[in-house]
Design a protein around this ligand. Structure first.
Ligand SMILES: Nc1ncnc2c1ncn2[C@@H]1O[C@H](COP(=O)(O)OP(=O)(O)O)[C@@H](O)[C@H]1O
Ligand SMILES: [Mg+2]
Length: 591
């Protein structure tokens, strides 16, 4: 009888959905050619088929080699390696069943030892990998098992159930992100909405014509827009946390009361607001300079002999420039001038607040152009215009390029952006721009930078909130990181899909495999040997876990690293530049 080239071996033992396969010792090649296509046998992550009557069971290879042997045989083998006798071993995990042209996840039947095991041909794979709805699926690359076959993702699940892209530096994460975003933006979706937080400024070049870039210090000639995040839109606690000093609960309540007063005053000129609904958390403009000045004045004021009349000022302060009022120094003991006995002892905090307010790297927050309140709390523009700038530019993707911002600030800025956006979508849940009517995909590249485990920052609190509740409000997360072990575990566990690229560090591998489906954990070993751009994709966005090779984006991701070998060829710069450094440093400015 002619040898059937797809028949590669037989079932040796079955335990649950894990099946050990013994390959025929006379199988001619590791790379057989069936109907003109080369197949690679024994690739971790590829499929094998076990025909059972009318149905075919499909399993994914999780182990190959001697370790894939049944336990009992492995012991015998260790004593006498000769028993292998030219056979090779594979272990598969059963993942689905095909009857006719329909493929279903999960298996009803179980194979028994002796059943034939076959190579999965392209024709079979088309059935296995098919079944995606063409309207909602995106093509991101090819199946590693067979290069002619497209690798698809269910975009709806990807967005609504969150996804994590994990892999070492250089494994192809940014490329994968741009392929995913590109294929979304190439679909006929006039109201697609993707918000990308881009810490290295890599993505703008990849998505020319599909995105609007926002940057601190925007280059408007290039079509970029200035990134503004008005501080007054933040809840009080998040705002207070931006300042370096810590406050006692009592003092926090005291300042909260002052913020509320200022917000109430501003709100009087706004129409349609219920005064009793306003809190210190309401996104209502107020002058933070005035707040600082009032708080500071209360600490410094001294009184005349009657202890109620303020002393005459020695020097008049100015809220606009954050200059304190100066009073005559208090006398000792029972002689005037008297100190303010009600002062809160928060001069230290106010000092930290002042220096942050003056720090130019925080201009996007405290002096956002158009959104910066004057001393009576009114602004030229309000939040609706901010949101329409962020999302109403007509492109599917909004890129917030944070490359110009120092890393400690990145945490705060991305946290503030996410908080404001998420709050807006929460309160807009019944409107046409709410997430339920117009879902939003938020992409966080280098997520470990602002989502550290155990850290209590505005960014990690917000991302945790979105991870847990986002799907209710139509907000999806795509997290990208090279250090899954540093990422907050609850966030990772909320990701319905995992795209695992090459990962060499064993601690990180452990975190990736624990985030993957239980049955695929054995595959974690293969992570260290994946090619650049190759990934194990598992979870809800794929019909079946698979090993895929992402397409390569045309304009490769631009690296913003300075190139020493090139830059050092220039002549020594003028030493006067160091003078500029120190001046900028002292002025807290880059100009
Ligand atoms: N699917 C792919 N095919 C070929 N080359 C790729 C692929 N993905 C990434 N690369 C290349 O690998 C390098 C690193 O990719 P990048 O996406 O920047 O990695 P990461 O973001 O994980 O550090 C880039 O030069 C990129 O062009
Ligand atoms: Mg990257």
């Amino acid at each position: 009888m002619k040898h059937n080239p797809t028949h590669i071996g037989q079932v040796e033992s079955v335990s649950g959905n894990s099946v050990t396969i013994k390959m025929a010792s006379n199988y001619p090649s590791n790379m057989p050619i069936v109907q003109g296509t080369v197949y690679r046998i024994g690739q971790i992550g590829s499929f094998l088929k076990i025909p059972l009557g009318y149905a075919n069971l499909y399993g994914i290879i999780t182990q190959a080699g001697v370790l894939a042997m049944p336990e009992s045989l492995l012991i015998a083998y260790k004593e006498n390696p000769a028993i292998v006798d030219g056979h090779r071993w594979l272990r598969i995990i059963l993942v689905g069943e095909q009857v006719g042209s329909s493929f279903e996840r999960g298996v009803l039947q179980s194979p028994t030892s002796g059943d034939q095991v076959h190579l999965v041909t392209n024709e079979d794979l088309r059935i296995v990998y098919g079944g995606y709805n063409s309207k909602s699926s995106i093509v991101i690359g090819n199946q590693s098992a067979s290069e002619g076959l497209a690798a698809q993702l269910d975009m709806d699940k990807l967005i609504s159930r969150h996804c994590a892209i994990l892999g070492a530096t250089g494994s192809g994460k940014s490329n994968a992100v741009s392929i995913i975003v590109k294929s979304i933006s190439e679909k006929p979706f006039p109201s697609a909405r993707v918000l990308m937080i881009d810490p290295h400024g890599e993505y703008a070049g990849l998505m020319t014509g599909k995105c609007q870039v926002f940057r601190v210090g925007a280059n408007e000639a290039d079509g970029e827009k200035e990134l503004c995040v008005p501080f007054w839109a933040l809840p009080f606690k998040e705002l207070a946390a931006i300042f370096p000093g810590r406050l006692s609960d009592q003092n926090e309540d005291y300042i909260r009361g002052k913020v509320l007063d200022l917000k109430r005053i501003s709100a009087r000129s706004m129409v349609g607001l219920r005064e009793e609904a306003i809190t210190a958390d309401s996104p209502i403009p107020f002058s933070i300079n005035q707040l600082w000045f009032d708080l500071d004045n209360f600490e410094r004021i001294t009184f005349k002999a009657d202890r109620t009349t303020p002393e005459t000022l020695v020097a008049l302060g100015d809220p606009a420039t954050l200059k304190s009022n100066q009073y005559p120094t208090a006398g000792l003991g029972s002689s005037a001038p008297f100190l303010n006995t009600k002062a809160k002892g928060i001069l230290g905090f106010l000092d930290g607040m002042r220096s942050r307010l003056l720090d130019q790297t925080y201009n996007f927050l405290f002096r956002p152009v158009g959104y910066s309140p004057n001393l009576n709390g009114s602004t030229n523009n309000d939040l609706p215009s901010l949101f329409s700038t962020w999302f109403g530019h007509g492109f599917p993707v909004s890129i917030l390029d944070l490359s110009a911002i120092p890393s400690e600030t990145i945490q705060t800025i991305s946290g503030c952006i996410l908080k404001i956006t998420y709050d807006a979508l929460y309160w807009g849940q019944n409107t046409l721009v709410g997430g339920k009517k117009q879902p939003l995909l938020i992409i966080l590249d280098e997520a470990h930078a602002y989502l550290k485990a155990g850290e209590n920052s505005i960014s990690s609190r917000t991302v945790q909130g979105i991870a847990k509740e986002g799907r209710k409000y139509g907000v999806g997360l795509l997290l990208v990181t090279q250090r899954p072990s540093e990422l907050d575990e609850t966030v990772l566990s909320q990701c319905g899909s995992i795209i695992a690229l090459r990962m060499t560090n064993s601690r990180d591998q452990g975190h990736v495999s624990s985030a993957m489906q239980d049955e695929l954990r054995e595959m974690a070993d293969v992570l260290s040997s994946l090619r650049t751009g190759e990934a194990i994709v598992s979870g809800e966005a794929v019909r079946i876990p698979s090993r895929v090779k992402f397409f390569q984006a045309k304009n490769a991701v631009k690296s913003s690293d300075p190139i020493a070998s090139k830059l050092w060829t220039k002549a020594q710069p003028d030493m006067a530049e160091y003078g500029i450094i120190v001046r900028n440093w002292r002025n807290q400015s880059f100009k």
